[in-house]
Design a protein around this ligand. Sequence first.
Ligand code: SF4
Length: 72
Amino acid sequence: MMFGAKRISLCGSCSNARPVQSQRGSEFILCKLSQDDPDYDKYPWQPVLYCRGFAASVALPGSNPTANPSEN
Ligand code: SF4
């Protein structure tokens, strides 16, 4: 998931993020972890540079999510 200026934030590539847009057209990121864990803000301040809840939604450069480490 990548959206707008949030690319520099971890939220921009996190599977726990959901982009939302206000009626005035402002963009926000809703953190889905906030629904069950009060440690997470519903709308985290951007950019987020470190987050223990980050879960990559895209493959990072140099990674192969289908590779089996035991086959190396
Ligand atoms: S878990 Fe962290 S990185 Fe992911 S959307 Fe929530 S605040 Fe952003």
